[in-house]
Write a protein that binds this ligand. Sequence first.
Ligand code: TRP
Length: 338
Amino acid sequence: MADEVKKRVFSGVQPTGKVTLGNYLGAIRNWTPLQEQYDCLFCVVDLHSLTVAQVPAELRKNTLNLVALYIACGLDPDKSILFIQSHVHEHAELAWILDTVTYVGELNRMTQFKDKSRKHADNINMGLMNYPVLMASDILLYRTQYVPVGKDQVQHVELARDIAERFNSRYSDTFVVPECLLSRTGSSIKSLQEPTAKMSKSDPNDNAVISITDDADTVRRKLRRAVTDSDTDAHCVRRSEDKPGVSNLLNIYSLCADVSTDEAERLFEGKGYGYFKDAVADAVISVLQPIQDRQRILLEDKGYLETVLKRGAERASHIAQNTLAKVYRKVGLVPQIR
Ligand code: TRP
């Protein structure tokens, strides 16, 4: 029938530090087409960011920058619900209830928790451990079917599934059990300096990472310095397991220039690395520049951003309130008379 309900999609990015080219090609860019097919919510997960030390003024600025970036990348506030996590208080409240059906052992086993504990050994706070429960809350509040995430977040979505199933079997059917939507392309953009590792926004080596806000000169400089290989077969632009650097650049080129990697290989046959790297830079710049221009204009229009955020929070709250009320009832909390 005509009014078949669209399936729901939820995803989010932390407003921490820089959004990388990898985040864009691997995540945000793949979200835009989903808006046509699904009922989408895209969230700036500011509460998650508090699990590592933040400078308050910077967090505030990064949060608004990320909202503007979402829109600049093509997320459309008329098609999707765009909002800031802390504007919908139900996220933190549901997380508390979910905490009571999550075991310490489960959280202790999470790879990201172990990694971050190692990296921030002086600040292993409860929030860091609880991070996946808050993420489960984000997802479950909206009865989300699909969660588009990168490979590194699959474990967290699986935990959300376990929590949903456990709650449902303990208290009767309440939550939709979500699934990952892994993007086929771009989910594996690697570091420019260490091309076997993911391009990560927390990489201390600035040359390893292209930030979505890097200007043309910076992009070109970083790509010129990108690690290729030093074997005798050097200056042969092709994908190969023993050429992770070149393969990564070919992948970036193909995603930015919108050609297949085979086609990209053909294009650079017989060309040197200098020529190749400049072409990759041109392709990256041609993708980033229009986004940066749009983001700048959006950030100048505070009134517009406020309107978008107000409406996003209202629409998200409407769904979230509904779910939370149901959950409170199921677990036996006395409803408040209003
Ligand atoms: N943990 C995710 C990341 O670091 C961000 C996130 C928080 C998220 N809540 C979410 C992603 C809910 C998808 C759905 O990438």
